[in-house]
Ligand binder design. Structure first.
Ligand SMILES: [Zn+2]
Length: 85
């Protein structure tokens, strides 16, 4: 399946979190790797996007766009660190 990097998910994450997220750090629940979200491997599978850990392949974040909502699953992220300036 075709994949891109985490920057491709940046627009959707901006809608969800209200901030630029690609440079924020996330810790993989599968292997503990800490990486900026931009480094996630993103698979586009309409209507959703699936982001996997670049180190172990664990599904980190799933974003599904619905008619009047966006559903986000972040089960594969142990923690997400959002820089506050
Ligand atoms: Zn991992």
């Amino acid at each position: 399946m075709r994949h891109v990097d985490g920057n491709a998910m940046g627009g959707l994450l901006w809608e969800v979190f209200g901030a630029e997220m690609t440079h924020q750090l996330g810790c993989c629940a599968g292997c503990g790797a800490v990486n900026p979200l931009a480094t996630l491997t993103v698979y586009r599978d309409a209507p959703g996007e699936v982001a996997r850990c670049p180190a172990c392949g664990t599904v980190s974040i799933v974003v599904v766009r619905m008619p009047h909502a966006i559903r986000v699953t972040i089960e594969g992220v142990r923690w997400l660190q959002i820089h506050t300036g």
